[in-house]
Ligand binder design. Structure first.
Ligand code: FES
Length: 95
């Protein structure tokens, strides 16, 4: 089954297999998300999940700690830590 990912900044709509890392989808689509560490520790890939937050993988402890340290709202995620399990809309924030 495939999922639709809408990158709002570029109004880019792409499809990918369910369970694909958001990072891989963004890279393949050429979406304008800056990845640094790709391990959940730098925050350059911070996004707002405008739609479909419940279709994203659960947060790991490292991602949760990082975002809590920024006082980030619950709809923000680190794109390098998310796998996508349903349709989502993504807004890039960065640090
Ligand atoms: S690329 Fe560093 S936290 Fe995602």
């Amino acid at each position: 089954m495939s999922v639709k990912v809408h990158f709002l900044l570029e109004d880019l709509l792409v499809e990918a297999p369910e369970g694909t890392p958001l990072q891989a989808i963004a890279d393949a689509a050429g979406a304008d998300i800056t990845f640094g560490c790709r391990t959940g520790s730098c925050g350059t890939c911070r996004v707002r999940v405008a739609e479909g937050l419940g279709h994203c993988s659960e947060m790991g402890a490292e991602e949760r700690d990082f975002l809590q340290g920024l006082d980030a709202p619950a709809d923000q995620r680190l794109a390098c830590q998310v796998t996508v399990h349903g349709d989502v809309a993504i807004d890039y924030l960065g640090l």
